[in-house]
Design a binder for this molecule. Structure first.
Ligand SMILES: [Zn+2]
Ligand SMILES: [Zn+2]
Length: 446
């Protein structure tokens, strides 16, 4: 090959030739090593970041290819940003509450929301007319030690760590609300603890127990948000968690309500819930925390007990699928995402003049049209899933129903509500007030 033709080939495929240059260096480093080992190492060391084509890659995640540290971070932030902007999740006048559970997903969502807020603050400071507000951010941590039996020294340490994480994410300063899980029952936490224990004990099914606690957690988050003047609740739910939910909901017979849970926005609640990490894998989020090191992305480890029942089985099943094929979780979520969403899977349209015109236009463009969504007026009082017409019909035809039994979805009836009618009164007596009120409201409607 002449020098000229080599130059031409380099121009055609620069990456290939840069890789060759890297090989030469490796050869020098590895002299004396066995050829077999050398061949094994070669593909790993010889390729470059697929994005910048300069740095060495650090990740090998699913369909994203292999990125260097900087490009990997930028790519993940890009997914977050796209989810936020295309669904008009955050507008300048919003006040967001980030639910921080101390794991990697919620740590990343908190970090990204902070970075976005910091950028907005910079723009605000730089603008002459100061016309654009900067959205507010608060953080909440629900202390679930009442049922996880975490030693109190461990939880105290965790709360101290969380306080320092949040105070380091300033400016702009963020308020932290540490809330006891049992506060969903009453203001007196001792009484609340007892009621939580009684309620837990009255559900015999392991899956039902876990699901009920999940519903109560949402109730607690909604309570913090609404009592402190927030208008959005940000959750760190990622693709992997949603994929597990798709399978468990299918197994539990929640097919009708499933589309409501897998979209970016869920405004069926008093405070609309947004999921900006819907397109990020748990693997990627863990890796980001790992790469960014303890200074920036410190997470707090909790020794929560293992999940049992359907939820635990499905999560180990999906983990196995993902190990076999790294795009499985995305495939599950993408498939479920094709189901027709509900009318509340969108941020209610703004008529607020404080919201920039560009944001309002974008929302109009991306938001669901009424014809593309299902409308639902009835919700299960326990899990707040939308109820299907056939659900409602079969319920109203059943004669000997209790107030709650009559109003619930089939999954809650099967898993959570006591089968024995004599236990029902007891169950109702320990149920948090908002859930009971929903059930009463529901039965009076019918
Ligand atoms: Zn790169
Ligand atoms: Zn339900």
């Amino acid at each position: 090959m002449t020098a000229a033709s080599l130059e031409a080939k380099k121009r055609e495929d620069p990456n290939k030739y840069r890789r060759r240059a890297g090989d030469d260096e490796l050869e020098v480093d590895c002299d004396g090593d066995s050829d077999e080992l050398f061949c094994d190492l070669l593909p790993h060391f010889s390729s470059l970041c697929v994005k910048c084509k300069v740095n060495e890659p650090v990740s090998g995640t699913s369909d994203d290819g292999r990125f260097c540290r900087e490009c990997f971070r930028r790519n993940l932030y890009g997914k977050f940003k796209l989810a936020v902007t295309s669904n008009a999740m955050i507008t300048p006048s919003d006040n967001l509450l980030v639910a921080f559970s101390s794991g990697s997903s919620s740590r990343v969502v908190l970090q990204f929301v902070h970075e976005m807020q910091q950028r907005a603050q910079k723009n605000f400071d730089a603008s002459k007319d100061r016309s654009l507000q900067v959205f507010g951010v608060g953080v909440t941590f629900i202390d679930e030690s009442a049922y996880h039996s975490v030693p109190s020294c461990e939880i105290d340490k965790a709360i101290e760590d969380i306080k320092s994480i949040v105070s380091n994410l300033a400016p702009p300063a963020k308020q932290l609300h540490v809330v006891l899980f049992e506060s969903v029952f009453s203001l007196d936490s001792l009484d609340g603890k007892e009621r939580l224990k009684t309620l837990e004990d009255s559900v015999s099914d392991a899956t039902g127990k876990e699901d009920l606690l999940l519903h109560l957690r949402m109730l607690a988050l909604q309570k913090v948000a609404s009592e402190n003047g927030y208008n959005r609740l940000v959750l760190g739910l990622c693709t992997s968690r949603i994929a597990c939910h798709v399978i468990t909901a299918t197994v539990k017979g929640q097919g009708y309500s499933l589309p409501a849970d897998v979209q970016y926005v869920d405004a069926r609640w008093e405070i609309p819930v947004v999921l900006p990490l819907r397109d990020c894998l748990a693997l990627e989020l863990n890796m980001l925390c790992h790469l960014d090191g303890s200074d920036l992305l410190l997470t707090v480890e909790f020794s929560n007990g293992p999940c049992s029942g359907i939820n635990g089985l499905v999560s180990s099943f999906v983990k196995l699928l993902q190990e076999e094929n790294p795009s499985r979780e995305c495939t599950i979520v993408r498939t479920a995402g094709k189901l027709t969403p509900f009318h509340f899977n969108r941020i209610p349209e703004f008529n607020d003049s404080n919201v920039p015109l560009a944001t309002r236009r974008r929302q109009k463009r991306f938001n669901l049209k009424p014809s593309e969504s299902i409308s639902s007026e009835s919700f299960c009082p326990l899990c707040f899933s939308p109820l299907s017409k056939s659900d409602l019909l079969s319920l109203s035809s059943c004669q000997n129903y209790d107030i709650l039994d009559a109003a619930c979805c089939s999954s809650c009836r099967f898993q959570i509500i006591p089968k024995d009618p004599s236990l029902m009164e007891h169950f109702l007596s320990v149920l948090p007030q908002p859930l009971l009120a929903r059930a009463k409201n529901h039965s009076s409607l019918r």
